[in-house]
Design a binder for this molecule. Structure first.
Ligand SMILES: [Zn+2]
Length: 204
């Protein structure tokens, strides 16, 4: 019998979750238009992490979709996108936003960002990291344009849309409700929103 729990992650913040192999994690875009930076780390070592570069090697697709398996930097399967009740628009190319990104966008003051959110969520669970892997940017709408350029567009995810991610090994997953409020990354109203997470652990 499975045990399910639902957690809300406030707008512009992040939280980490320990997942056993076989667990599933549902990332719910409760209010729509919210991008979710997603990282995963092997429980055996924080130096083994879900890597978009390595995952793309094993995929024949230009973007994540149902059935996509994400790999670590040691080429081990760590997460699988098992269901997608959204338009299926996600990004696996762009770096997490950080303080420097906002400064370059003209915001000189301190600004919440996905990189700091990751470090904070890891610290809450007793971990630290000296770098920020490229995240899986769930619901981020990055268009590949003719000629090879890319453009960040407003998300097409609607309220209540969700994806399921299955843990293929014991891992630690961190989700960041992206604080971007200068570009339309999180919608044309430039308003970050909260998300919800539901976890089903095998065996309860
Ligand atoms: Zn962000």
């Amino acid at each position: 019998m499975n045990e399910s729990q639902v957690t809300m992650i406030d707008a512009s913040s992040a939280q980490g979750f320990h997942l056993e192999a076989g667990s599933t994690l549902r990332v719910i875009n409760s209010m729509g238009s919210q991008v979710v930076g997603t990282w995963a780390f092997a429980r055996s070592s924080m130096n083994e992490f879900m890597s978009m570069e390595h995952s793309r090697i094993h995929s024949s697709s230009s973007k994540p979709k149902i059935g996509t398996v994400f790999y670590t930097n040691a080429h081990e399967p760590i997460l699988e996108l098992t269901a997608d009740r959204s338009p299926g628009v996600h990004d696996w190319y762009l770096a997490a936003c950080n303080q420097q990104r906002y400064e370059l966008l003209g915001h000189a003051e301190e600004h919440a960002n996905c990189a700091d959110n990751l470090h904070s969520a890891l610290a809450d669970l007793g971990h630290s990291l000296s770098f920020v892997p490229c995240p899986l940017n769930l619901f981020e709408n990055v268009s590949l344009l003719f000629g090879g350029s890319m453009e960040i567009k407003q998300p097409v995810a609607m309220p209540g849309d969700y994806v399921w991610l299955k843990a293929l090994i014991d891992c630690l997953v961190v989700l960041s409700a992206c604080p971007q409020d200068i570009l339309p990354t999180n919608g044309p109203d430039l308003t970050p929103r909260s998300i919800e997470v539901e976890i089903d652990q095998p065996g309860g």
